[in-house]
Structures are given as C-alpha cells and as structure tokens.
Ligand binder design. Sequence first.
Ligand SMILES: C[S@@+](CC[C@H](N)C(=O)[O-])C[C@H]1O[C@@H](n2cnc3c(N)ncnc32)[C@H](O)[C@@H]1O
Length: 286
Amino acid sequence: MSISTSDFDFVAELVQRKSAILLPKGKEYLVEARLDYLAKQKGLPSIAELVSRVRKQPYSELPDELVDALTTNETSFFRDLRPFEGLKEVIIPALMKARSVPRTLNIWCAACSSGQEPYSVLITLFENFPDLINWNINYFATDFSAEMVERTTNGIYADLEVKRGLSEELRTKYFNKVDAGWQAKPMLRNMLQIRRLNLIEPWTLPPIDLIMMRNVLIYFSNDIKKDILGRVRKTLTPDGYLMLGAAETTISIDNSYSVEDAGPARCYRPKTGGEAVSMPQAQKGL
Ligand SMILES: C[S@@+](CC[C@H](N)C(=O)[O-])C[C@H]1O[C@@H](n2cnc3c(N)ncnc32)[C@H](O)[C@@H]1O
C-alpha cells in the first residue's frame, strides 16, 4: 500500500507535533510499511482510509496509535555494553559515596522502550552492588508510547529478545519462564515506577542522580534537543550523571554540561556553578 503526498505531509506534521520526531521526505517507505501494518490490525482496507479516520477523529485514541506505530522502539539488553561498564566502574560507586547519607538514589530511564534498558541497569546494580539492597531507590522508567509502557510493566520478552544481550546465567537468575518467553522477576519489576512521559512536554520528577536518555534525541531537531537537554539539566542533581546514546551528545547544543569519561563510557554532568537545582523536598512520583 502506498501513501499519497498529502497524507504523508499530514502524518509527518502530526507525528512532529505530538512527539517531535522528524519524518523528512524520503521516509515514505517507512511510513508505508508501518501504517500498512496498523491499517491491517484495525481491519481497514488502505492507508488512505486509516489516515482519513485519524483526520476525522482527532480526539480519539487513533492519532496516538498512529504516532506510536511510527516511533522506533529498537532496544536490547545491555545495549552498547560500555554505558553499563561505566555505571559499574565509576558512576554507581561515586553516587554511593556521595549519597551514603541518606542512602537514597534517584534514577530515571527516559524513553525506555520495552524495558530492556531499565532492567539491564537494575541487574547491573544487583550484580555489583549488593549493599544497595538497604537503600531507597526511586527508579522511574518512562516512554512516550503506551504500548512500550505496557511492555515494560509486563517485563515479558520472547526468546529472541532475551538472547540479544542477556547471558543464560543472568536470564535464569532474574527471569521466570512463562508461555510467551521470559518474565522479569517481581524483585526487578517492583522496583520500577513506569509511566507514560512525553519528553516535549513539561515533566514533574524529583531531582535525579542518574538519567539514562539514550537513543531518542537523535530523532529530534536541534531546537527540541536544546529544550530537552535544558530541562534535563534542571532535573539532574548538581553532581548527577546523564548518559546519552553513542550517536548523541550535548556538545554544540547545550554548553552547560561537561563531558567526562566514566570508564569506557562517556557521560555528561552539570558544569559547576551552573543552574542545576536540588529541591529540598524530593517530590515523589511523576
Ligand atoms: C530507539 S528507542 C530507545 C530505547 C532505549 N533507550 C535504548 O537506547 O535502547 C526510542 C524510544 O523513544 C521513545 N520516544 C520517541 N519520542 C518520544 C518522546 N517525544 N518522548 C518520550 N519518548 C519518546 C519511543 O517510543 C522509543 O521507545
């Protein structure tokens, strides 16, 4: 099924307005493949009919479902590995030292997709820092997509997904076999506060010590990246850490961050004397 130019323009504008994701000309093939699938799921005969319904029902769930269908949710356990080495070797030890009183750690995985990333971080914590069992860990995992939020909440992964990045040993230790594959054990799932959160809208979070915001800024314009990085900067504690995807950086976009090595990984931290605020009363929840 192909998409007309006017439908493509309408879809690209809708997706940009709702999620900030850019769909430049030339991406018609991607839009066609994904909307073809959605149209079939909805029992509709064509992409044109699907788009027509989205136009006619702007306040239904359909526009969000269409945007969802066009987001890229690619992820895997321990994706790129180096950030997790960085957490193990440098970032978590530094934060544990700095937060030894009151033994509280706030973590946010923004754009967590189907959850492999926050579960990988939790496994890294459990495997390497057993003392954290006595800490108060507030771990927020958020994504724009309702479907991804549901998947993260269920924590169920097919065999193929589990094989991407998870050793048999870790799988057996942290997951239970279920009909559809492997489900993260309650000890992991119960630690996550999972919510929908659109990064282009204001968010309410307590000051966060570690923000993982990987492989999402790449989809946005420089203006949107700058806006999000500015608000992330205000959410980070003054000595906190931001990790971005391998193809992402703050350099040339927001100079209020310093770039540091964390073992084999790269991280971004508020520059001293910058604007980061530490709220006296941590606000719980989103
Ligand atoms: C490629 S995945 C990255 C997943 C994970 N962070 C990783 O690196 O493996 C990008 C995720 O960003 C989410 N996303 C896209 N636009 C967003 C927005 N405006 N606000 C929040 N999340 C968004 C998508 O739903 C998708 O799950």
